[in-house]
Unconditional design. Structure first.
Length: 254
């Protein structure tokens, strides 16, 4: 997906100016939106430079002039997706020092909202290139933590903690990975055979009178709903608040 020499060091996309042509046919935003549309409609595996060029009505080599590598394309997609967190509109307050807990909660919910119907988005958000929208989104979250005693490294760790929680929570939503009946029946048969050994009394207790098939189905759905997500997010925020209380006992940590 790239014409770049793999042995050449790569300069981050956002550190390079857009291609210098008199009348550029495409902007970076247009390219990103087209790539996202393909991934949404056809799946991330269908996205290639050739497919993207066809979508834009351009030659593949022409497109490489704008996006020299796959990493560059991911960076464009990443920044376009993060525009939904960077504003304007609802989301994190742009006023410095909003309540940190509410801001982190909104950040987590925002990440989930843009990824739960796009299982491929975790791959894109893994791009290390931080663009203009990524900087705006990061600035808004950091503003909410400005009045806390956390240092710079700890603030980034907290943001990563929320991000990793959302990533782990939304990854199983990939429709291509949803188990079919054959898979469920196979796992249920295996679980039943192992439970009969008596080695797994706590798992047996989890069945709560259900057969193994019902148990397997419950495992697949019980951790995937909105209520479960909110409970997990609350537990993370409670932990952060408890640490703040220990380190800053004389202040209101909300």
């Amino acid at each position: 997906m790239s014409t770049q020499d793999q042995n050449q060091p790569r300069t981050p996309l956002w550190a390079r100016p857009a291609p210098a042509v008199r009348q550029p046919r495409f902007t970076r935003e247009q390219i990103a939106k087209a790539a996202i549309a393909i991934a949404d409609a056809e799946g991330f595996a269908a996205l290639s430079m050739r497919r993207l060029a066809d979508e834009l009505g351009a030659g593949t080599m022409t497109l490489y002039h704008y996006v020299p590598s796959k990493q560059d394309l991911l960076a464009l997609m990443n920044d376009e997706i993060l525009s939904e967190l960077a504003g304007p509109g609802e989301g994190l307050s742009t006023v410095p020092g909003p309540a940190w807990r509410d801001a982190l909660a909104r950040f987590g919910r925002g990440l989930r909202a843009i990824s739960e119907h796009r299982p491929w988005v975790i791959t894109v958000l893994g791009s290390k290139d931080i663009g203009p929208n990524g900087m705006r989104a990061l600035e808004r979250v950091l503003a909410s933590l400005a009045g806390t005693p956390f240092n710079a490294e700890e603030k980034l760790e907290l943001i990563a903690l929320i991000s990793y929680y959302v990533a782990g929570y939304t990854t199983p939503a990939n429709p291509a990975e949803q188990p079919g009946e054959e898979w469920i029946n196979g796992v249920a048969a295996f679980v039943t055979s192992r439970l009969e050994t008596g080695e797994f009394p706590h798992i047996q207790q989890l069945l709560d009178g259900d057969d193994a098939e019902a148990f397997v189905r419950r495992l697949d759905t019980q951790t995937a709903g909105d209520e479960q997500f909110e409970r997990g997010l609350t537990r993370i925020l409670d932990g952060i608040e408890a640490e703040l209380g220990r380190r800053w006992p004389a202040r209101d940590t909300s």
